[in-house]
Design a protein around this ligand. Structure first.
Ligand code: CA
Ligand code: CA
Length: 307
């Protein structure tokens, strides 16, 4: 069954169509939900979400230290933020490549991520195979990692890798965001007052747009789903505290890492990511291991998908 959901905190519309489920959230019109008593460490990737018994010990695996790289090309025209990755620009953009699985898994449901940019936004698209779609949370800064979701860590200034940002979105197009001043590794659970990382939970990004399309049914483990996809547009203005070069100049280098939480029908979760931090850190964290991205001044073209 296919239907469409448009979701915003100030406007919620549900309508039926034949074009797949889509959630759209534009935080320019949204107000943050009241903060509940969240154990903050639960929101920081697999080390805190249902994986404590499976956390891998850091290894000397050579693959764990390999830092991938990617060239981000400019868009030719405006991206339609509908969760459908059908623009020619997306088709022409190169994929980041296969995600790497962690916590004992060597394979799982595949993901494809692409990145583009213009003077205002950094754009991400994700296409996920997903046999069981799980999505409960719709509130801003809610417990998104407990759903089928992604995280993307972004370091605008590689000279200061401890200052980075993380944006979480889920299959319901909800948003959680935070900024880090530290290395993000030693958050005492249940005791954020002793947060050694300088993580700024009160920080809220502005103007981030998220759109999701799903092919399947949410929260029905008895059936088999197919996929979901999302488009995310993050205004560069959100990184003003980290970089004076906004928008980036051609050949500027940032670091980032897209990561995925993929829940199965049995409640287990497949954790995967672009740059493999998990084998070394036991976590999605690891700013020095995030992948390297280079901003190209060139617009994306058919030549790039085959690079
Ligand atoms: Ca689109
Ligand atoms: Ca799933």
């Amino acid at each position: 069954m296919r239907w469409q959901l448009l979701l915003g905190l100030s406007l919620v519309t549900v309508r039926l169509s034949g074009a797949g489920i889509a959630g759209v959230q534009d935080t320019e019109t949204s107000q943050p939900a009241p903060q509940t008593n969240i154990e903050t460490a639960d929101l920081d990737g697999p080390s805190g979400v249902a994986a404590s018994s499976a956390v891998a010990k850091p290894s000397e695996n050579a693959a764990a230290t390999k830092v991938p790289s990617y060239v981000i090309h400019r868009v030719n025209r405006k991206i339609t933020m509908d969760g459908r990755i059908d623009e020619d620009d997306w088709k022409q953009a190169k994929s980041l490549g296969n995600f790497v699985f962690g916590f004992g898994l060597t394979e799982g449901e595949p993901s494809e991520c692409k990145i583009l940019w213009d003077n205002e936004y950094l754009y991400f698209s994700y296409a996920f195979d997903d046999s069981h779609l799980l999505g409960i949370h719709t509130d801003r800064d809610g417990r998104i990692p407990e759903d089928d979701s992604i995280e993307v860590y972004i370091t605008p200034n590689p000279e200061k890798p401890t200052r980075h940002y993380c944006f979480y979105t889920n299959v319901r197009a909800a948003l959680y965001d935070q900024m880090f001043d530290g290395d993000g590794k030693t958050i005492p659970k249940k005791n954020p007052g002793k947060n050694a990382t300088g993580r700024q939970l009160s920080w809220d990004s502005q103007g981030v747009k998220v759109a999701v399309t799903i092919d399947g049914t949410l929260n029905k483990p008895e059936d088999t789903d197919r996929s979901w996809s999302t488009e995310i547009a993050i205004p560069f203005a959100n990184f003003a505290e980290s970089s004076a070069r906004l928008p980036p100049k051609p050949n500027d280098t940032w670091k980032l890492n897209p990561c995925r939480h993929d829940y199965m029908g049995d409640g287990s979760c497949e954790y995967s990511q672009w740059a493999p931090t998990i084998p070394t850190t036991g976590s999605f964290w690891g700013p020095k291991l995030f992948g390297k991205v280079i901003f190209s001044g060139e617009k994306v073209s058919p030549n790039h998908s085959a690079e």
